[in-house]
Design a protein around this ligand. Structure first.
Ligand code: ADP
Length: 153
């Protein structure tokens, strides 16, 4: 199974959306392999958003992401990276499709409540950035045989 990195951003934490997002993750059938609250700082954000460091809005991203602690999660599932990216929706919440997390719960391109890894390769890098190996747990949920068919695992 694949693993993907999720961040419930300050725009989710401050707006009381932690439970809504985690509820959708659980109902979908994605396995939560790791989860913790942490305070981000500019150093880790410069790594995590390296592709945006030169953009004029980067200081604003940093400000929004350090505003309060975030929840980081490692999710596991078959095709988990693509599945959760599609559950997240496009970057701007005003353009994200209804039914997606951003489409249903936010109105902003910046305060867009969740981060989702965009590729399997980046997910591996991001999970290692935010979690120590011992913070990722290997267990088999009892309902797994009703979450997937025999030939899908
Ligand atoms: P995504 O999070 O959808 O993968 P990006 O990697 O392009 O999108 O951007 C990372 C984050 O930076 C976005 O989720 C958003 O919070 C912020 N961001 C992106 N573009 C802008 C922008 N033009 N203005 C302000 N913030 C932005």
């Amino acid at each position: 199974m694949e693993q993907t990195l999720v961040i419930l951003k300050p725009s989710a934490v401050e707006r009381g959306l932690i439970g809504e997002v985690i509820g959708r993750i659980e109902k979908k059938g994605l396995i939560i392999s790791g989860m913790k609250m942490m305070q981000l700082d500019e150093k880790i954000l410069r790594e995590h958003y390296a592709h945006l460091v030169d953009k004029p809005f980067f200081p604003s991203i940093v400000e929004s992401m350090v505003a309060c602690p975030v929840i980081v999660m490692c999710l596991k599932g078959v095709e988990a990276v693509r599945v959760f990216r599609e559950m997240t929706g496009v970057t701007n919440g005003r353009k994200a499709a209804p039914g997606t997390l951003r489409g249903d719960y936010c109105m902003s391109g910046q305060m867009n409540i969740v981060h989702a890894s965009d590729s399997v390769e980046n997910a591996k890098i991001e999970i290692a950035r935010f979690f120590k190996p011992e913070e990722i747990f290997e267990y088999t949920p009892a309902n797994l045989t009703f979450t997937y068919g025999n030939d899908e695992l």
